[in-house]
Design a protein around this ligand. Structure first.
Ligand code: COA
Length: 151
């Protein structure tokens, strides 16, 4: 197996760009909490994973699987009622992999108060119907697509 190179998180934006559409926007509900009433880190992580997978699937024009998560950090808690927004940016395309930088921001319940709650770098591998890695030269996107905002 090819070991991945270490990557570092890019600086987060000063403020969330709530005017820009996130890849995923969802409200944290009571069912997403642990017995102490805090929202599970695993729930937040799964929202990030799903948004990164959508980004990678669009970029590779097909099915993807998560292979690694790096540089994950939970900066602040997510509270019940928060509106969670996942912003994704493709930062690397390899032979079969796509690496996506994901920033998550919340707006607290019924306010416009923004909080940068998590960030992480998720890597996906493009696979075919037999779960074999697909190489980027087969993804069927064109050179002019490089200028498109795939996020
Ligand atoms: C995806 C899978 C088919 C890849 O097979 P593999 O033999 O492990 O593949 P490789 O070692 O050749 O690695 C494939 C790519 O992933 C990258 N990679 C491997 N381990 C990685 C890690 N820990 N973090 C980031 N990238 C990683 C490699 O650098 C390579 O990238 P490149 O082709 O762009 O150069 C296989 O690992 C698999 O099925 N894993 C399970 C996926 C899964 O179930 N995910 C959870 C549910 S979605």
């Amino acid at each position: 197996m090819t070991p991945p190179k270490a990557v570092t998180l890019s600086p987060a934006p000063e403020l969330p760009e709530f005017d820009r559409a996130p890849v995923l926007r969802v409200r944290a509900m009571p069912a997403d909490t642990n017995p102490a009433g805090d929202v599970f880190g695993g729930w937040v992580l799964s929202q990030m994973d799903a948004s990164g997978a959508m980004t990678a699937a669009r970029r590779s024009q097909g099915r993807v699987v998560t292979i690694g998560i790096e540089a994950m950090k939970f900066h602040k808690p997510v509270l019940v009622g928060d509106e969670l927004n996942c912003y994704c940016r493709v930062i690397k395309v390899g032979r079969t992999s796509i690496t996506v930088d994901i920033d998550t921001w919340v707006r607290r319940y019924l306010t416009d108060e923004p909080h940068h709650v998590t960030e992480g770098i998720f890597t996906y591998v493009a696979i075919d119907e037999k779960r074999r890695p697909r190489t980027s030269d087969t993804w069927g996107w064109h050179r002019e697509d490089e200028h498109h905002d795939w996020s």
